[in-house]
Design a binder for this molecule. Structure first.
Ligand SMILES: [Zn+2]
Length: 308
């Protein structure tokens, strides 16, 4: 059976949106880094990282969606670049902050001696400070945790571990965001995403054998044949739903999803509801969807399962 598969193509504006997204996240990394500096509490830092990761995810997803990207690999790659832009952007902001503070302290100490110095000269006196120096200083100083006075120092390898986790969270968020945008269904003939959700065609109780046959079905015709057999079994704990997803523009590109629902008693004395797709997003014709819909009308869903 043929299922929906993203075509691997991408829209012409994907890269334009991509560059805008990279710039937006790099700019937002300033706010993220400043937040970390203004409120140096470990819980706040943790929340700030999660918040920034959510922004990275959202931007990567949005670019994939607006850019009509149907290539999961390309989406994941762009997401990765966006995550890196956020990460390197925030470290660059921290580096600039460190250089500024060091320059300020030179100006202050010279003024304490009753002399004056311009910031440009103070910066020159500071000498060459590269990203390497920034990393060395940060790894050595780390963060102080705990109450003032009896704080523990959080440095050395721990700094690398924290940075590693931060990098994984940000880059991972971008990667998943860009990737997951391509899991939406796209109509190649209309050049549009298919939204509007699922349309219920039929909902029946089926006996265990019919459910098993449905699961094993190799062809769409087999699904319709099994679905056409009169609903039987009356195993009230189990029912099957047939839903279609289709392009609202052309009404030609259609997919069928068959889902098994059942409930089981749980430890608390109630029941837990479960569901499992027997077939997801199978390519079908409008005629076949019409047939299933007709069958659904002639065998109305039992009252035991009100529409969700
Ligand atoms: Zn269409």
């Amino acid at each position: 059976m043929e299922r929906y598969k993203s075509s691997g193509k991408t829209g012409g504006l994907f890269f334009v949106y991509g560059i805008a997204g990279i710039a937006a996240i790099a700019a937002t990394s300033w706010l993220y880094q400043k937040l970390l500096e203004w409120i140096p509490l470990i819980y706040v830092s943790f929340l700030a990282t999660l918040g920034f990761a959510a922004a990275v995810f959202f931007v990567a997803f949005l670019i994939g969606s607006l850019g009509h990207n149907r290539s999961a690999l390309l989406g994941a790659f762009l997401g990765l670049v966006i995550g890196c832009a956020g990460l390197f952007g925030s470290h660059y902001v921290a580096y600039r902050g460190m250089v500024d503070r060091a320059t300020d302290s030179i100006v202050d100490s010279v003024e304490d001696l009753g002399q004056s110095i311009t910031r440009e000269d103070a910066r020159k006196r500071l000498g060459k400070v590269g990203m390497g120096t920034y990393i060395d200083v940060r790894v050595e100083s780390g963060w102080s945790v705990g109450r003032r006075g009896r704080s523990g120092q959080f440095n050395g390898a721990l700094v690398w571990i924290i940075w590693g986790i931060e990098a994984l969270v940000l880059v991972g968020a971008g990667l998943i965001g860009g990737w997951s945008a391509t899991s939406e269904i796209y109509c190649e003939s209309c050049k549009a995403w298919i939204d509007g959700g699922d349309h219920l065609l039929a909902r029946w109780d089926l006996d265990a054998q019919a459910v098993h046959d449905l699961e094993q079905a190799q062809r769409v015709d087999d699904i319709v044949r099994i679905a056409s057999s009169p609903p039987g079994g009356r195993q009230l704990s189990q029912y099957v739903e047939f839903k279609s997803t289709y392009c609202a523009k052309c009404k030609q590109t259609m997919y069928l999803t068959v889902t098994k629902h059942w409930s089981e008693p749980n430890k608390e004395g109630g029941t837990d509801d479960h569901q499992d797709d027997l077939h997801a997003n199978v390519v079908v014709t409008p005629e076949l969807v019409g047939q299933l819909s007709e069958l659904g009308r002639s065998h109305p869903a039992p009252d035991a399962h009100p529409p969700a």
